[in-house]
Write a protein that binds this ligand. Structure first.
Ligand code: ASP
Length: 406
């Protein structure tokens, strides 16, 4: 069985067993044991292993990438291009979310019994852009600081390349070792996908969907449109790459990020897919992928747009042109500030709601469906990172089209 088939089977089995556990043997000792002890243990081990390699993976691949870029001008061109495309696609994403939400009338549901116990301070926001103590930043898992530090080391090293042959050789060899480790961890994906999905559906169930069906469906529809239409159009306009082949290349990654609900934890898999399946040169992907996982959240922006519209209609707040503009601008900034971890997007909604004047008490109402939406939007977030990486790489002539097509 191919790797892709194994992942798809694992996903279907995971969802089926999770729902069965939830419906039939919930709250029994046996299901508690299976869910809490076995599934949680394996899922947590897998996610921890991924997190463990993120820091060395980003550091070594960025330094290697910069050493292979010809000069500082290429680096700044790469930075500007990537950032512009990330912000551009985020604005398209929010506009899609708002547009489709405006087409339907959300039926008023009772805004009572809201569970206001949601923790709003768990945002992991990136406030200080520039690192002052790299060890502190690393221990906090601050990816932006790590990116800046790695770029600085890469630039410094590339200026004295002729004098540091041993250093460069070590960096390349460390990079090879880390890449091998990534492959080993990724080989456990089918098992991990099965455990994560069984656990999620066993604890979540599907009955929580009912009262929020309208909102749920509009987010899902907007996510699909953005994933398949916007990204295909971008690839058609900016590259000669075939969108169908693009989706074939990234299908494992879509399932993987769906299961982890975390762009950050998906970085090793995203980098691997970018290089091995899409043929993107490491000098590009080592920069665009970790940056995208941290700041590019199209799926999150779509959810934030829809959620704002949804709750504004429930609270009877009229959204005029100036409010819509405020939502687009704040949601762009909020999605950039959203950490690539599960549920970060819903917590960042507080920023948008405060700007537009929607009561924060509405947020817990969305929680019933947010687990599932989080999975779906994370797939879109990560697909956006890799789509933009393809565009940037092809504009720099750093994509191996034979690998992309094969
Ligand atoms: N879980 C999402 C991600 O990691 C962020 C979000 O909650 O929207 O990309």
């Amino acid at each position: 069985m191919s790797f892709t088939k194994k992942i798809i089977v694992a996903m279907i089995l995971g969802v089926a067993i999770g729902i069965t556990l939830n419906l039939f043997i919930a709250d029994t000792l046996a299901s508690d044991f299976i869910i809490i002890k076995v599934f949680s243990l394996i899922s947590n081990l897998f996610i921890s292993a991924l997190k463990l390699i993120i820091i060395p993976l980003i550091f070594f691949s960025i330094v290697c990438g910069i050493l292979s870029l010809s000069d500082d001008v290429s680096l700044s061109r790469l930075g500007i291009k990537t950032m512009t495309l990330y912000v551009f696609t985020t604005i398209i994403a929010i506009s899609i979310g708002l547009l489709f939400s405006s087409f339907i009338e959300f039926e008023a549901i009772l805004l009572t019994n809201l569970d206001s116990s949601i923790s709003l301070d768990n945002t992991n926001q990136k406030t200080d852009i520039f690192p002052s103590n790299i060890f502190k930043s690393l221990s906090e898992g601050n990816i932006i600081h790590l990116l800046i530090f790695s770029v600085l080391i890469g630039v410094a090293a590339s200026r004295i390349q002729d004098k540091i042959h041993t250093f460069i050789e070590y960096i390349h060899q460390f990079n090879m070792v880390i890449n091998e480790l990534v492959k080993i961890i990724i080989s456990f994906t089918p098992l991990a996908v099965f455990c994560i999905l069984s656990k999620t559906f066993a604890t979540q169930g599907i009955e929580t969907l009912a009262p929020l069906m309208g909102y749920f469906l509009i987010v899902v529809f907007s996510l699909f449109i953005h994933l398949f239409i916007t990204f295909s159009m971008l690839l058609k306009i900016f590259t000669k790459l075939d969108p169908r082949k693009f989706f074939k290349n990234i299908k494992d990654l879509i399932i993987f990020s769906f299961s982890t609900s975390s762009s950050s934890a998906s970085i090793p898999f995203t980098l691997n897919t970018a290089n091995e399946k899409c043929g993107i040169d490491k000098s590009i992907s080592s920069f665009t992928v970790p940056l995208g996982a941290t700041i590019n959240m199209d799926g999150t922006a779509i959810m934030q747009g829809c959620a704002t519209f949804f709750l504004a209609s429930l609270y009877g707040i009229d959204l005029g042109i100036s409010e819509i503009l405020t939502i687009v601008i704040t949601a762009t900034i909020a999605s950039i500030g959203t950490a690539g971890i599960p549920s970060a997007g819903i917590i960042m909604l507080t920023v948008i709601f405060s700007q537009v004047g929607i009561p924060l008490e509405g947020i817990p109402l969305l929680l019933g469906v947010d687990r599932l939406l989080d999975m779906l939007r994370t797939s879109v977030n990560v697909s956006g990172d890799i789509c933009i990486s393809c565009i940037v790489a092809s504009s720099e002539n750093k994509i191996n089209e034979a690998t992309f097509k094969s």
